[in-house]
Design a protein around this ligand. Structure first.
Ligand code: FAD
Ligand code: SIN
Length: 526
């Protein structure tokens, strides 16, 4: 058994920045199911949005966020996050993050889809890696922080595990910590804490093609859902318009939207521009519109990809700003200064998740959440590019401030039993798990993708139910493995996505259902 003041699940931007902010006041454990650096955060390319110089201002950033979010953003939250951004950038710099500057020492601000100004601070085209590097260094230096790599959080501990009969009123439920699988030693360890922070990131691996690394299996959302927390906006799955077309590669390599912000233009394989037919903002329209347009062009033309054309851009500047993309493409025989880049949409970001208030509190007492695993109200029906790193750091800060005020009033619960393995547990053929995982990914890619319909959603639910029943049986009798837990989690998260998509009887933002054509904008029928 391990005992801490603060228990943090996840080592990305949200988890590490929360840990750094509370560590001076108490003992902190950070659990990560992989190595500390294997996070969505590390893969972020474009950067982090913040108003920095005139003519940009907070109102413009707020306005762009609200337009992208398509009427479903919480305006109070948008104002709060946008206003907090400059302060958070200073904090990141203080922790050691380097952002690119120009010859005059001013930040070199990039632009991405849906932004009316250049406002993306970046470190070349590997901003997330740079942020993660700085946060890891800081975290490792702090004597109050213990890092547990290869520890997989299975479930949060609540009164449910005490066998107490509780009325399922949200306000009654308390989080006492988590049960986690020590992957190397194959043992379940009980972590008790005064407060817990859920920062487990996204859900990209529900789909066959994703920019997310394999850790993104929606574990936090599934854990909170099983513990009777509130989960919202799950129908809004963001597909990035431009991942590199390279069949078989997983995760899909991202071709940053900043390249379109830099002047890159989308074209069909016969070298014709098409985005103006879908939106007057062309290749820099918000992501939902661009991804849908590409998907539509590929379907009607029968093509496997479209092109991003950067050949007309200044080659030296292109190399300076996008060295990693240049190198990656070069390995595949594509010179981005001379050749077209083949691109396709890929599942990228979950806009919905665990509902939190403006202090990062979930409806479960003593449980906070931050980052991609949450639904804060910032993104609404579609996230504005580069607003997610910002959201993660702002909410980790808000949660830290709140937790620091109250954590001492909570005591560790000494009555928590050890992990209970129900029934006879024996090894199961791994193929049963891996095959079901692939089937879930196929179901989601085909029926719950960029364009949906009643029939597709119904079919996906029927198929998922079969896999759900098989998996629950397996879970009752098999030895616990990460693969089995992740399969369970993506099924739980998938169920939430389908149900939310079925409930939304309209097309809005990232949720497009051909049975509800939008009032405005081009109608897409396949
Ligand atoms: P993550 O960084 O994903 O961290 C999740 C952590 O939780 C990991 O440590 C993981 O191991 C751990 N974890 C998960 N489940 C468990 C479990 N059961 N037990 C223990 N540990 C667990 N956003 C931007 O704003 N700007 C960008 O330019 C940008 N570019 C992107 C490019 C790519 C290719 C991708 C994939 C995303 C990009 N995003 C970008 C989105 C952004 O990176 C993420 O939304 C953000 O980093 C999420 O941070 P996080 O801390 O919430 O989660
Ligand atoms: C990108 O660089 O295109 C990703 C930006 C984001 O997802 O916010």
């Amino acid at each position: 058994m391990k005992k801490y003041d603060f228990l943090v699940i996840g080592s990305g931007m949200a988890g590490l920045s929360f840990a750094l902010r509370v560590a001076d006041k108490g003992k902190v454990a950070i659990l990560t199911k992989s190595t500390i650096g294997e996070t969505n955060t590390s893969y972020a390319q474009g950067g982090i949005a913040s108003v920095t110089y005139k003519p940009d201002n907070f109102e413009k950033h707020v306005h762009d966020t609200l337009i992208a979010g398509n009427g479903l953003c919480d305006e109070k939250v948008v104002h709060m996050v946008v206003n907090e951004a400059p302060k958070q950038i200073q904090e990141l710099i203080k922790w050691g993050t380097q952002f690119d500057t120009d010859n005059n020492g001013r930040f070199d601000l990039a632009r991405e889809g849906g932004h009316s100004e250049h406002r993306i601070l970046h470190h070349k085209d590997d901003t997330g890696f740079e942020i993660q590097r700085a946060l890891i260094e800081r975290t490792k230096q702090h004597s109050n922080i213990d890092i547990y790599e290869q520890f997989f959080a299975i479930d949060i501990i609540t009164q449910h595990h005490l066998g107490e009969l509780i009325k399922w009123r949200y306000s009654n439920i308390e989080c006492y910590g988590v049960y986690a699988l020590d992957i190397k030693n194959k043992k379940v360890v009980k972590f008790l804490s005064r407060v817990t922070m859920m920062a487990t990131g996204g859900t990209g691996n529900l789909y066959s093609t994703t920019t997310n690394p394999s850790i993104a299996t929606g574990d936090g959302i599934a854990m909170v859902y099983r513990a009777k927390g509130t989960v919202e906006n799950m129908e809004f799955v963001q597909f990035h318009p431009t991942s590199l077309y390279n069949p078989g590669e997983r995760p899909s390599f991202l071709i940053s939207e900043a390249m379109r912000g830099f002047g890159g233009i989308l074209k069909t394989i016969d070298e014709k521009e098409f985005m103006h037919r879908y939106d007057k903002r062309g290749s820099l329209a918000p992501r939902d519109i661009v991804a849908r347009a590409i998907d539509h062009e590929m379907k009607i033309r029968g093509d496997d990809y479209v092109y991003l054309d950067c050949r007309h851009l200044d080659a030296d500047s292109l190399l300076l700003h996008f060295p990693n993309i240049y190198e990656k493409c070069k390995i595949l025989g594509i010179d981005i200064t001379k050749d077209y880049i083949p691109v396709v949409p890929a599942a990228h970001y979950m806009c919905g998740g665990v509902k939190v208030d403006m202090d990062g509190q979930t409806v479960i007492n003593r449980l906070y959440a931050a980052g991609e695993t949450t639904c804060t109200g910032l993104h609404g029906a579609n996230r504005l590019a580069s607003n997610s790193l910002l959201e993660a750091i702002v909410y980790a800060d808000k949660a830290a401030k709140h937790a620091l005020k109250y954590f001492k009033k909570y005591t560790l619960n000494n009555k928590i039993p050890e992990w209970f393995a129900h029934g006879v547990r024996h090894p199961e053929e791994m193929v049963l798990i891996t095959q079901s995982y692939k089937e879930v990914q196929q179901i989601f890619s085909i029926y719950v993708g960029i364009v949906r319909s009643h029939v597709r959603l119904k079919r996906s639910l029927d198929r998922l139910e079969i896999i759900y029943n098989e998996t629950e049986k397996l879970y009752q009798k098999s030895i616990l493995t990460v693969q089995l837990c992740e399969l369970r989690n993506i099924i739980n998260v998938g169920y939430l996505i389908i149900k939310a998509a079925m409930r939304r009887e309209e097309s809005r933002g990232l949720h497009y259902n051909i049975d509800f054509p939008p009032e405005k904008g081009p109608k897409i029928e396949i």
